[in-house]
Design a protein around this ligand. Structure first.
Ligand code: ZN
Length: 246
């Protein structure tokens, strides 16, 4: 590092005493958000070469790193929120798609927090409806029927292509046709259960009581959160007078 100028006394935590310091500018390597960058930084060091925290200098270095990170990512971090908004998705649902906490996503969107490289790369990819569709199919089973509807609507609204997409066929590419069909069937069975239960004016509690199962079981089933158990489906069919073979 090239020496630029001699400076005043600072406390060095490694030397554990007040020591003369200087400001140096030179090339260095820094790891930031899981990526390594070579950059030129100006920093304060003690006479033994330890880095000393100097707020004004460290802010400049941080900003240089953020800019380098954005350049490598080929995306401005201030654009994160627009990725979600183009699909009209709530922060809760988008966070679920990303497998992160809602608060974390909020911090990414406001710039309070910068995502690690893996997450930043995923976010960048999801700008493309095709990538969102692929990501969605890969985790569709973890989503409720309502959440699936919202995401599919978001895809259709973003890209006219998806107005024509048969989600079953697309999904079959990921999990196989047999499984895709089974999931579609389950989805329609759940819809029929909900409709019939409401028609008969049963609450979820009443249906749970009739079946002698916990209320949670019915809630999770209707939310599409669990795979329906065939025996339970048989009992529901009997109670609600639904024939699932049709
Ligand atoms: Zn020192």
């Amino acid at each position: 590092m090239a020496k630029t100028r001699l400076e005043k006394m600072y406390f060095c935590s490694l030397c554990d005493k007040m020591v003369p310091t200087e400001i140096k500018t030179g090339p260095t390597k820094r790891t930031f958000k899981g990526e390594t960058f070579e950059l030129t930084v100006t920093e304060r060091v003690c006479e033994s070469g330890h880095r000393i925290h100097d707020q004004s200098l460290d802010i400049i270095t941080y900003n240089i790193l953020v800019a380098a990170f954005e350049e490598r990512l080929e995306m401005k971090l201030t654009n994160i929120k627009s990725i979600r908004l183009q699909y009209g998705l709530s922060d809760v649902l988008f966070a679920k798609l990303l497998g992160i906490e809602r608060l974390t996503l909020n911090h990414f969107e406001t710039g309070k927090l910068i995502p690690e490289n893996d997450m930043a790369t995923l976010l960048k990819e999801l700008r493309e409806p095709k990538a969102l569709a692929r990501h969605y199919f890969s985790m569709k089973e973890q989503l409720s029927v309502r959440e699936r509807g919202l995401i599919e609507a978001g895809l259709r609204r973003t890209s006219p292509v998806y107005a024509e997409v048969d989600f079953l066929v697309e999904y079959a590419h990921v999990v196989g046709m047999e499984k895709a069909l089974a999931i579609q069937t389950e989805g329609s069975q759940i819809t029929r259960i909900k409709r019939k239960r409401r028609k008969l004016q049963f609450s979820q509690e009443e249906l749970a009581d009739l079946l002698s199962v916990p209320l949670e079981t019915i809630k999770e089933l209707e939310a599409g959160m669990v795979r329906p158990d065939p025996e339970l489906m048989g009992q529901i069919g009997t109670v609600l007078e639904l024939d699932f073979s049709k």
